[in-house]
Design a binder for this molecule. Structure first.
Ligand code: ADP
Ligand code: MG
Length: 557
């Protein structure tokens, strides 16, 4: 029989996974059940759009079978199955999922548990099994194939018999070792509780043959063993459930099961909207920045379901760019199922849903800011930059809607403040919202230009992100207060004008001499009252400040 090697990357990941001290081996079951459910989804979806195919609810299910004597655990589904080629491509290559790139990125940070938080799908089976056998027959095919692997050693594929369409995954469960116990994955009650914990919302029945004892008929004293097929999961997807019945852990499990992120979400938003648009959504704000977030590779989007059926993995149109960090899913009955990607873009319903969702995200962020400042700041540290980009690249009134979500470092409390907070404590005579830009807070504090503002007792915003100044320039003003860079010529702070004039008069020659020496570098040299401890500073008159000039000239043309 032909023995094939895993691709190099898959092999490395496998080794990493198997060798890591793994605390959450149990998630393999979630992974295999979710694959089974995906496979049934595919056939269900086909049936909806293909009149040749009939989907009757009774024939589609997942079955979990534990066999203690043979130490096997089988996960069987009646899904779409895999052809020989698909077995090869889908189970032999892991790199496509990006898991490895991710792992590399985070390897050094916090060690082992990462894999568990981040789904690695099918491969997780090797955490609990010495041998994994996949027997599959694809829809429309008469031949079935058996794929088998011991993990790192590679795999084999050969034709075999299988009566029905679908897939059967057989795990040869590892023997217990001194440190690790695997027996639990052959225990019915343990398996049942794992299914409840991780896969309760799966839309198709997950069945198990549950054994028990019951009183014999016509007898109160004698008992008999019996076995009965039970559906273990409630089958109600989480988004159709009542919020009040769900715990934070339920949402966290859903987040992990859906592979939305490797972290725990900072906040979940469960929406059930009826009216002009009708939809349900479960959205998450991640805690940590996805490894490729601020890069071109990152793709925003939400999963899109139509009446419970997944029709698109990542629907970008559902999220505005400034909320591209949001993860989650939307289910709506008002969308047509066999809608194409191109049609979706023009779908009025979808546009309405997207608009509605954006509004909800915004108001949830606002209440987070109000009710849980610490969490909001944590969120802002991760994704604030994206909001500022949103304000900057504004077309169509978005800046107003985002401005109250912005935070900046400030001279007042040495912490992040909102524009609203800044303005609310401005003394009456203060005309502008003052800010200074620089690489870091320490650098800004050393700027000579800041003195006059802080000496006056005015609060100063510290702009340390390149985008900060661009964003507020685009905002223009906040509550009718204009923004003012401390390095601009006219700060709007009263100085003894006469004296400045007098100084200028007295130092006429010196100023003229300096101007001459600096010709071409500065446009003017003036006497100023704005300096206290420092002898000289640069200032600008126009709209583009020195820092913006620096950034603009560093940009590729
Ligand atoms: P993912 O589910 O994220 O795509 P997995 O590693 O879990 O990654 O699975 C890899 C692929 O193998 C799936 O995308 C699917 O094409 C295929 N697959 C896995 N299990 C099944 C199954 N039970 N039935 C049909 N296809 C499957
Ligand atoms: Mg999977």
């Amino acid at each position: 029989m032909e023995k094939k090697q895993f691709q190099a990357e898959s092999k490395r990941l496998l080794e990493m996974m198997i060798n890591s001290i793994y605390t959450q081996k149990e998630i393999f079951l979630r992974e295999l059940i979710s694959n089974a459910s995906d496979a049934i989804d595919k056939i269900y979806y086909k049936a909806l759009t293909d009149s040749q195919l009939v989907f009757d609810n009774d024939s589609y299910f997942i079955k979990v079978i534990a066999d203690k004597d043979n130490r096997t655990l089988t996960i069987r589904d009646t899904g779409i199955g895999m052809t020989e080629e698909e077995l090869e491509n889908n189970l032999g290559v892991i790199a496509k999922s990006g898991s490895l790139a991710f792992k590399k990125e985070h390897e050094s940070k916090d060690g082992h548990d990462l894999i568990g938080q981040f789904g690695v799908g099918f491969y997780s089976a090797f955490m609990v099994a010495d041998v994994v056998t996949v027997i599959s027959r694809a829809l429309g095919s008469d031949t079935a194939y058996r794929w088998e692997s011991t993990g790192t050693e590679g795999y084999s594929i050969e034709p075999c018999e299988k009566a029905d369409i679908g897939t059967e995954i057989i795990l040869k469960i590892k023997e217990n070792t001194e440190e690790e116990s695997y027996d639990e994955f052959l225990e019915q009650y343990r398996l049942k509780s794992l299914i409840k914990k991780y896969s309760d919302f799966i839309r198709y029945p997950i069945k198990m043959d549950m054994a028990g004892k019951r009183p014999k008929e016509d007898s109160d004293t004698e008992f008999e063993d019996y076995q009965e097929e039970q559906t273990v999961n409630s089958m109600v997807p989480i988004w159709r459930k009542n919020k009040n019945e769900l715990t934070a852990e339920d949402y966290e499990n859903f987040y992990a099961e859906k592979h939305y992120g490797f972290d725990k979400p900072i906040k979940h938003i469960h929406l059930s909207v009826e009216g002009a648009v009708t939809y349900q959504a479960v959205l998450f704000i991640p805690e940590k920045i996805p490894f490729n977030y601020y890069s071109k590779e990152y793709e925003k989007g939400l999963e899109l379901y139509s009446n419970g059926v997944l029709i698109m993995n990542r629907c970008a149109d559902l999220l505005p760019d400034h909320f591209s960090f949001v993860k989650g899913m939307v289910d709506s009955d008002s969308l047509s199922l066999n809608i194409s990607r191109e049609m979706l873009q023009h779908d009025r319903q979808l546009k309405l849903i997207a608009k509605n969702i954006a509004g909800k995200i915004k108001s949830h962020l606002q209440s987070l800011l109000k009710d849980d400042r610490e969490k909001y700041e944590q969120f802002f540290e991760s994704f604030g930059k994206q909001l500022k980009f949103g304000v900057y690249s504004d077309f169509g009134g978005r800046k107003e809607s985002l401005q109250d979500l912005l935070m900046f470092h400030s001279s007042k409390e040495k912490q992040l403040v909102t524009l609203e907070e800044y303005v609310s404590r401005m003394p009456e005579e203060q005309k502008y919202i003052y800010y200074a830009t620089g690489e870091s807070i320490e650098r800004i504090e050393k700027l000579p230009q800041t003195e006059i503002v802080t000496d006056k007792g005015y609060e100063l915003l510290y702009f340390t992100d390149d985008i900060d100044e661009f964003a507020i320039k685009s905002l223009m003003n906040y509550q009718e207060k204009q923004f003012k860079n401390v390095s601009s010529g006219d700060l709007g702070i009263e100085t003894e004008a006469d004296q400045t004039e007098q100084d200028a008069e007295e130092n006429k020659e010196l100023l003229a001499y300096m101007k001459d020496k600096l010709a071409g570098k500065v446009s003017d040299v003036r006497a100023s009252k704005r300096l206290k401890k420092h002898p000289v500073c640069l200032s600008t008159d126009g709209d583009v400040t020195i820092e913006m000039e620096k950034i603009l000239s560093a940009m590729p043309n």
